[in-house]
Design a protein around this ligand. Structure first.
Ligand code: ADP
Length: 445
């Protein structure tokens, strides 16, 4: 009731009485309470929806769903049971529980293939029963003929199947309350909707697990295969090198040279795979030393000038030594990757450009080509392993070179960058800290 009391005054302003108005506000309070409940339900629904769609872990999804739906339905307890049925199928497996201590299920048989449970677990039916103890199928099954002793007292019963996209019943959400008639059609609707959402998340999490395990298998395979390939390749190369030194007719000499060239190519590929495996398992080690990267570049360029018939290298390496601290072999590998790519991906060009520069205690190496170039989208994916742009058909490669190069430069505290225009050409550059202050360089060499 809402009561308003107002004073009643005479013509001189004296209070001579009081008037009171009483109003029945039951409906107003009821609708306010209903509204508050509705908003609370919405909030719960929102958070559960968000958390289950973001979750990829089965336990997490099912616990959130069981907790939230137990709360929303006001059930005495809620539980998710896996549909564990084999051919004879006698048990469902309790997976998550809410609102009641787990030990109440410990000494109890699980729900069985009885007429009460089967419609949910086999026929995908929602069961909402006001008083299960009065149900026609209740108490018919031995050995308990009803609820086992010590069972959480259940009158109101609600069971909702969780059905996978494939149509199979993953399990069931079961709710109980000691009083009769507790679960309404709205409760049923709420849980049915959440169960559908949970089923999608469970399907995704299964897929995710499969993909994860496949990807792990692939990595294991690559590690094993590259390791096994390495030994016979080294042996073949050794024999070929011995043969190459022997006097032989022109044709044999040519074939031995060609074989050596191909074996070396194979070795690089295998080494890339092996290094990738080492990076993924955190086992790529570096042997640091202080050296002149300009000298290294000069040697690399010289070798390229002899071996590349297609491109000329235009270089500008500056006049002074550029001393860095790093793993000689890995840095060389990074540089070789960039130069090889510049040549490989500019088949119609005749030149590539290499520039070395020192600014602010850092060195920057730029490798530029006038080749096929890269779109913005392609540039974003370049450094991920096995990535190859669409227009590389006919150009051999595994898509590992830039991934390895970036790992090497990152691990040396450097930065690798690309700028490119599709159809015009690309420039790859990396920056590394110098090992010594400029003024100390001369002393060092
Ligand atoms: P691979 O050359 O073995 O394919 P990389 O990791 O070295 O592997 O390069 C990944 C991809 O990046 C290449 O497949 C190619 O699509 C692109 N790419 C690399 N360098 C260049 C370049 N200089 N110009 C154009 N595209 C390039």
């Amino acid at each position: 009731m809402s009561i308003t009391v107002s004073p009643v005054k005479d013509s001189r302003g004296n209070i001579v009485g009081a008037s009171k108005v009483a109003r029945d506000i039951t409906t107003r309070i009821e609708s306010q309470t209903a509204m508050e409940k509705y908003i609370k339900n919405l909030e719960t629904l929102n958070t559960v929806g968000k958390s289950i769609s973001e979750n990829l872990d089965v336990q997490g999804i099912l616990q959130r769903v069981t907790d939230a739906t137990t709360l929303l339905t006001g059930a005495g307890f809620g539980a998710f049971f896996y549909n564990n049925s084999d051919e004879k199928g006698n048990s469902f497996r309790l997976f998550t529980l809410s609102g009641a201590p787990r030990k109440i299920f410990d000494n109890m048989a699980m729900p069985r293939h009885t007429d009460i449970f089967l419609p949910t677990f086999r026929d995908k039916k929602v069961m909402r029963i006001d008083d299960i103890t009065k149900h026609a199928d209740f108490g018919k099954n031995a050995p308990f003929n009803g609820m086992p002793k010590g069972h959480f007292s259940v009158a109101s019963y609600l069971a909702i199947p969780v059905v996978s996209k494939s149509g199979s019943v993953i399990g069931g959400l079961l709710y109980g309350h000691p009083e009769a008639g507790k679960f309404t059609a709205e409760h049923e609707l709420l849980v049915v909707n959440i169960a559908a959402q949970a089923a999608v998340s469970l399907d995704n999490s299964k897929l995710f697990e499969q993909v994860k395990s496949l990807s792990e298998k692939k990595d294991e395979f690559i590690a094993l295969a590259s390791h096994e390939l390495k030994t016979p390749l080294t042996t073949i190369k050794g024999y070929l090198q011995v043969l190459a030194k022997k006097e032989a007719d022109k044709m044999s000499q040519l074939f031995v040279d060609k074989s050596l060239y191909q074996v070396e190519k194979l070795q690089t590929l295998v080494e890339d795979l092996l290094n990738m495996s080492r990076i993924e398992s955190g086992q790529l080690n570096f042997r640091l030393e202080v050296f002149d990267i300009k000298e290294m570049l000069r040697e690399i360029i010289e070798t390229f000038s002899y071996s590349s018939q297609s491109h000329r290298v235009i270089e500008d390496l500056g006049n002074n030594p550029v001393i860095i601290r790093g793993d000689r072999q890995r840095i060389e590998q990074a540089i070789l990757n960039l130069i090889t790519n510049a040549i490989k991906y500019s088949p119609k060009a005749e030149e590539i450009f290499i520039n070395l520069e020192v600014v602010d205690e850092k060195m920057t190496l730029r490798v530029r080509d006038k080749g096929i170039g890269l779109t913005g989208e392609q540039q974003q994916q370049l450094f991920t392993r096995f990535y190859r742009a669409e227009d590389t058909k006919g150009i051999s490669g595994l898509g590992l070179g830039l991934y390895l190069t970036k790992q090497i430069i990152d691990r040396h505290g450097g930065i690798i960058e690309v700028s490119s225009e599709y159809g015009e050409g690309s420039e790859f550059s990396f920056t590394l800290p110098l090992a010594l202050q400029k003024k100390n360089i001369e002393k060092a060499i």
